[in-house]
Design a protein around this ligand. Structure first.
Ligand code: SF4
Ligand code: MG
Length: 286
C-alpha cells in the first residue's frame, strides 16, 4: 500500500508556509484537520494569486455542507446559498456581470443529490464558470450518511445493512452533459489540484473539476490510502478533444484516472446572452 509519507506531509507544510497566497486568506477554515477540502482551498488561493484576479472581481458560490463554508475562507465576494442551488445562483451572478470570475464549490451530496437537476443545465449551456465538486462519498456536515457517490455495501448511519444503491460517477456525468472542460484530481496531489483549478478558471466555458477529497472524520471506507492505491494519471496518448475516449477512461473505477479528460472551445452562454442583449439594444434604437 502506498501511504502518505512523513516526508511528504513535512514538505506540504513547508510549502504552505512559503506560499505567497496569504493575501487571499480570510476567516480561518473550520474543517477537521486532514480534510481533503484544504487542498482545493489552497488551489483556489494559488490560482487567484497567479492569475492576478482582483478580489473585487472574484466570486465563490457554494451550497450547503462542509464545502458550503468555502466563501468564508477566501477573499473576494461569496454567496453561501441554498442546498444544491449554487449553480443557478452562479448563473444569475455571471449573467448580471460577465466580467466576474465565478467559481462554484460544492460537495457530492449537495451537487448530485438535491442539486442534481442543475448540473446538466450549467454544463449544456456552457456557462463560463468553474465548478469544483469535492467528492468524499458521504454527507460530512450531518455526520456521515450515504451520499450519491457512496459505494454499494457502505455501512453508515442511514445504511446500517450496507448501501443498496449504485453510486453516481460525477466525471462521466459532466462529459455526458456536454461540459467543455472536464478534469479529475485527488486532494493528495496538491500541485495537480492547484494547476488544474488554474486551467479550469482560464477555460472559456463550463469547467468541471471532480476532486476526490476524503472526509477523514466520517468516511472510514474511502480514505487517502484507499484512493491512493487506485489512482493513476490519464495515459499520455489520450486525445483531450475525444469525448467518447474521455468517457471510457472516466468510467474506470480501478484504476481511477486523474488529469484532463476533455477540453473544447465553443461559444459560451455568456456570448449568447450578449448577442440577445445587442439585438434588444438595436431594436430599441430603431
Ligand atoms: Fe471535512 Fe469530513 Fe470534517 Fe466535513 S466532517 S470538515 S468533510 S473531514
Ligand atoms: Mg460529501
Amino acid at each position: 500500500m502506498k501511504s502518505l509519507s512523513k516526508r511528504s506531509v513535512i514538505e506540504g507544510l513547508k510549502k504552505a508556509k512559503e506560499s505567497k497566497t496569504k493575501g487571499w486568506r480570510d476567516t480561518l477554515p473550520t474543517w477537521c484537520p486532514g480534510c481533503g477540502h484544504f487542498t482545493a482551498l489552497h488551489g483556489l488561493y494559488e490560482s487567484a494569486e497567479k492569475l492576478a484576479i482582483p478580489a473585487k472581481d472574484f466570486v465563490v458560490v457554494s451550497g450547503i455542507g462542509c464545502s458550503g463554508r468555502f466563501p468564508f475562507f477566501i477573499k473576494g465576494f461569496g454567496f453561501h446559498s441554498l442546498h444544491g442551488r449554487a449553480i443557478p445562483v452562479a448563473t444569475g451572478i455571471k449573467i448580471a456581470n460577465p466580467a466576474l470570475t465565478v467559481v462554484v464549490v460544492g460537495g457530492d451530496g449537495d451537487g448530485l443529490g438535491i442539486g442534481g437537476g442543475h448540473f446538466p443545465h450549467g454544463a449544456r449551456n456552457n456557462l463560463n464558470i468553474t465548478y469544483i465538486l469535492l467528492d468524499n462519498g458521504i454527507y460530512g456536515l450531518t455526520k456521515g450518511q450515504i451520499s450519491p457517490t457512496s459505494p454499494m455495501g457502505m455501512v453508515s448511519g442511514t445504511s446500517p445493512y450496507g448501501n443498496i444503491a449504485r453510486p453516481i460517477n460525477p466525471t462521466t456525468l459532466a462529459l455526458a452533459y456536454g461540459a467543455t472542460f472536464v478534469a479529475r484530481v485527488f486532494s493528495r496531489n496538491r500541485d495537480q489540484v492547484s494547476q488544474t483549478i488554474e486551467q479550469a478558471i482560464q477555460h472559456n466555458g463550463f469547467s468541471f473539476v471532480h476532486d476526490l477529497s476524503p472526509c477523514v472524520e466520517f468516511n472510514k471506507l474511502i480514505t487517502y490510502n484507499s484512493w491512493q492505491d487506485k489512482v493513476t494519471d490519464i495515459p499520455g496518448d489520450h486525445n483531450s478533444s475525444d469525448r467518447s475516449g474521455a468517457l471510457s477512461l472516466a468510467e474506470s473505477n480501478d484504476p481511477i484516472y486523474l488529469g484532463l479528460f476533455y477540453k473544447e472551445e465553443i461559444a459560451t452562454f455568456d456570448d449568447h446572452v450578449a448577442e440577445v442583449r445587442k439585438k434588444l439594444t438595436d431594436k430599441a434604437v430603431k
